[in-house]
Design a protein around this ligand. Structure first.
Ligand code: MLT
Length: 269
């Protein structure tokens, strides 16, 4: 696994890279997580792809962008990573916030998107009550740090099966959330709160697309993910039993297998 660093206007950004050959895959993590959310896939898939997993701005070990940085800047950052890695038109796999970044990438840089895997994510913008909840969460983090929100986030993000039977996953996610830079979390909350609605873009997606969701995902209910797949021409849909919102960590083998099967079917050359 190679550890990469790039300079951005707001400080260093970090990513990891592993594997080799076709296809190239960019893995975009959710909030408030980091590239290690993809650890199982970074271990399972290097024989089948070249994998790049950045820490999104302000998350993991990447420096926090200034307040008010829009979701479009997160997408531009991913393109900068693609340029750095020599990825021309990779598969873009985004989980939840990673999916919001993927929608923005599609809108702004679709010539750089070879295929999409959309996990536990939704295209709609935040309705007013969700926007107010983001503002409140940002204020709580600003005054009391990540500890103010960690329990609530875990309860919503992890499925009932994981919370009951996979204490090591609960512990791992807790540590990841608590390690998040509060400034980065606040910036991401504001970017998510203010993000555009991507629903109208879905009918125009003309690259191979897979939609994956955990059957116990409370943040992206299965019906929402199915509707997302139905709106994208030719998209496949898969619901994974025993997983909540963080499928990549909760049911790592199933997600790795789903990704491997999708990569295997991509047209070559
Ligand atoms: C995520 O996992 O990225 C978040 O649940 C996204 C969100 O809060 O909308």
């Amino acid at each position: 696994m190679d550890r990469l660093t790039r300079e951005t206007p707001w400080g260093p950004a970090r990513a990891v890279r592993t594997g080799q050959g076709f296809p190239s895959v960019v893995l975009l993590h959710g909030f408030p997580f980091d590239h290690s959310m993809w650890s199982p896939q970074l271990q399972a898939l290097p024989g089948q792809a070249t994998l790049l997993a950045p820490d999104l701005p302000g998350l993991g070990a990447s420096a926090s962008p200034p307040p008010g940085t829009p979701m479009s800047a997160y997408a531009d950052e991913v393109v900068a990573w693609m340029d750095e890695a020599g990825f021309v038109r990779p598969v873009v796999a985004g989980l939840s916030m990673g999916g919001y970044v993927a929608f923005e990438l599609w809108r702004r840089h679709r010539e750089r998107v070879g295929a999409l895997v959309l996990l536990d994510t939704k295209p709609a913008a935040d309705p007013p009550d969700a926007q107010a909840a983001r503002t409140a969460a940002a204020e709580a983090i600003g005054s009391a740090g990540m500890a103010a929100v960690v329990d609530g986030m875990i309860a919503k993000a992890l499925g009932a099966t994981t919370r009951a039977r996979r204490p090591e996953v609960v512990d791992r996610l807790r540590r990841m959330i608590l390690a998040t830079d509060p400034d980065g979390a606040v910036a991401a909350l504001h970017a998510m709160r203010d993000r555009a609605d991507s629903t109208a873009d879905l009918a125009g997606i003309d690259v191979p697309t897979a939609v994956v969701v955990g059957e116990e995902d409370e943040l992206t209910p299965v019906a929402v993910a199915r509707d997302l797949a139905d709106r994208i021409p030719g998209a496949s849909f898969r619901a994974i039993a025993g997983a909540g919102h963080v499928t990549a960590l909760e049911t790592p083998d199933e997600v790795s297998r789903a990704l491997a099967a999708f990569l295997e079917e991509l047209p070559r050359g």
